[in-house]
Design a protein. Structure first.
Length: 186
């Protein structure tokens, strides 16, 4: 079965495929994310549209909404759907499954740790074992789940992309994420 996911990114509608601010651009200098590791660039995606929106807006929790929070690097933030083919989806390791965690001798606290060396070691181990990615819960909400794809195994060309939607204060994903994060939209 295919897997429908979502991504938020700063969008320049004139950017050619693969270039900065295009839907399929992944910054080559990753390193600050929970599951970033040296062997493969990774792509972070959300199972629900509001999840990646919430991830980019989390720094504004408890503050009033400002239009500028929906821009990065001079470009509007956009939401795009990403469809993962069934063969790739089948090799994504679900770290929200207690039986899978137990089989891997992992605890939920290992996956949720703030120790990046620890979480990155999990990603590297799963990559070494042949996984195409991993799934875990968001620290922002237990109802939100993320998927990390290992791009050394999952070429972006194999992922089907929808049309980007520019995010506005009225976009349903923005409204839901702001409610979850206590960002007050006037």
């Amino acid at each position: 079965m295919t897997l429908a996911l979502y991504r938020v990114f700063p969008w320049d509608h004139r950017a050619p495929a693969g270039a900065p601010f295009a839907p399929d651009f992944v910054p080559p200098q990753q390193g600050s994310g929970r599951f970033d590791f040296a062997e493969s660039p990774v792509l972070y995606l959300g199972e629900l549209p509001e999840h990646p929106v919430g991830e980019v807006l989390q720094g504004f929790r408890g503050r009033p909404f400002r239009d500028g929070i929906l821009r990065r690097f001079g470009h509007p933030l956009a939401l795009v759907s990403i469809t993962v083919p069934a063969d790739i989806a089948a090799s994504i390791v679900d770290l929200d499954d207690p039986a899978r965690l137990s089989a891997l001798s992992l605890r939920p606290s290992d996956v949720a740790s703030d120790d990046r060396a620890r979480t990155r070691a999990i990603a590297a181990r799963l990559f070494d074992e042949g996984a195409t990615g991993l799934r875990w819960w968001s620290r922002l909400s237990g109802d939100w789940h993320a998927v990390v794809l290992f791009l050394a195994r999952v070429p972006f060309a194999r992922l089907e992309r929808g049309s980007p939607e520019v995010l506005t204060r009225d976009h349903p994903a923005v409204v839901t994420a702001c409610r979850q994060l206590a960002i007050l939209i006037p």
